[in-house]
Design a protein around this ligand. Structure first.
Ligand SMILES: NC(=O)c1ccc[n+]([C@@H]2O[C@H](COP(=O)([O-])OP(=O)(O)OC[C@H]3O[C@@H](n4cnc5c(N)ncnc54)[C@H](OP(=O)(O)O)[C@@H]3O)[C@@H](O)[C@H]2O)c1
Length: 322
């Protein structure tokens, strides 16, 4: 189920988000779309929320808009740190800046992303859609010391939410591997194949992260992958760049999609609901709305080879570029 609104049965509401006073959260790409709603709803419940975005003016305008939308008595705690998914150095620096400013990190929502853009290499020589995976790897791994410290605090509920897509299945049309930068960049694949590959890496990263926490005896950090559904956001900027003549078709398709408010529910559920711990949903894949979904065999990655190779490749890239 891709999440078209006429199939979706809402079973979880933002009103179910528990009180988040005293908690600190990061949402990447929070200035529009799903990220914007995620920032707003976490802040509404009292979390101090950092919007990590690439464009300061867009981030500050979004923060001002959220302040207007929320009851002024709430005094939402909203902060901005510059973060460019395309640059491993930027991701590392954003994490360092955050750790200079905060003593805890309870919720990390790796949400930013692009879809179906024309082939292009970013500043580190990584294909720009592949950066959906590598940029969030660099940010998260740099934040691990603080995430672990937070998990050791009393009454902690640490969550790492990687926003993937049902489109990860597009990667199945090819034979993915992560043994080299070329294999990650995949110039010969279609743009949908490259999007699928990047969204597969979001899931493989979730699996591998959870496995590594378990191996080091950490059982109270929950890592989740979330497909938000088909949602009316600015994500169509990519396909419009690839096929401008299809603009009327995308406008029609938007009529079938969920609103950003509906689409953000599953990642908000993953980030905050006590059910995640009650049901022990470690490394789970969630589909709209707030439902577990079984992973394809590729995404299950039973022997951990794909996830392990992706991790090793990202570490090598960070050593070279960041
Ligand atoms: N919408 C859907 O139907 C759908 C379906 C499945 C999965 N998803 C996933 O949901 C996530 C959110 O997408 P959305 O639908 O909310 O799209 P959106 O409205 O286009 O928002 C994407 C966000 O990511 C940010 N971003 C893009 N490139 C970036 C970069 N290089 N550095 C930092 N931030 C960057 C954008 O910032 P700017 O505003 O500066 O560009 C924006 O804040 C994505 O990971 C997407 O793959 C969406």
């Amino acid at each position: 189920m891709l999440g078209f609104n006429f199939f979706s049965k809402e079973q979880w509401e933002v009103s179910s988000i528990p009180d988040l006073t005293g908690r600190v959260a990061i949402v990447t790409g929070g200035n529009t779309g799903l990220g914007y709603i995620t920032v707003r709803e976490l802040a509404r419940k009292g979390a101090r929320v950092y919007m990590l975005s690439r464009t300061e003016t867009r981030a500050l305008a979004a923060i001002a808009k959220i302040r207007k939308e929320l009851d002024s008595e709430l005094k939402p705690e909203l902060e901005y740190i510059k973060f460019d998914l395309l640059s491993l150095k930027s991701a590392k620096e954003a994490a360092e800046e955050f750790m200079r400013r905060e003593k805890r990190l309870d919720i990390l929502v790796n949400n930013a992303g692009i879809m179906a853009t024309p082939y292009e290499l970013g500043p580190d020589g990584i294909e720009i859609q592949a950066c959906n995976g590598t940029g969030h790897f660099a940010l998260t791994v740099s934040l691990l010391p603080l995430l672990k410290e937070t998990a050791a605090m009393p009454d902690s509920h640490v969550r790492i939410v990687n926003v993937t897509s049902a489109g990860y299945l597009f990667a199945h049309m090819e034979k993915p591997n992560f043994t080299s930068l070329e294999a990650l960049n995949q110039k010969a694949w279609s743009t949908w194949g490259r999007y699928g590959l990047s969204k597969l890496t979001n899931i493989l990263f979730t699996n591998e992260l959870q496995k590594r926490f378990a191996e080091s005896g950490i059982t109270n950090i929950y890592c989740l992958s979330v497909h938000p559904g088909a949602v009316n956001t600015e994500l169509t900027r990519g396909p419009l760049q690839s096929w401008p003549f299809l603009a009327p078709l995308w406008s029609l398709a938007k009529l079938l999609t969920m609103t950003p408010e509906q689409g953000a529910l599953t990642q908000l559920y993953a980030a905050t609901s006590p059910e995640i711990e009650e049901k022990d949903l470690k490394a789970a894949l969630l589909f709209p709305i707030a439902q577990t979904k079984s992973k394809s065999s590729l995404a299950k990655d039973k022997d951990g080879k794909l996830g392990g190779d992706f991790w090793t490749l990202c570490e090598a890239l960070i050593r070279q570029k960041a």
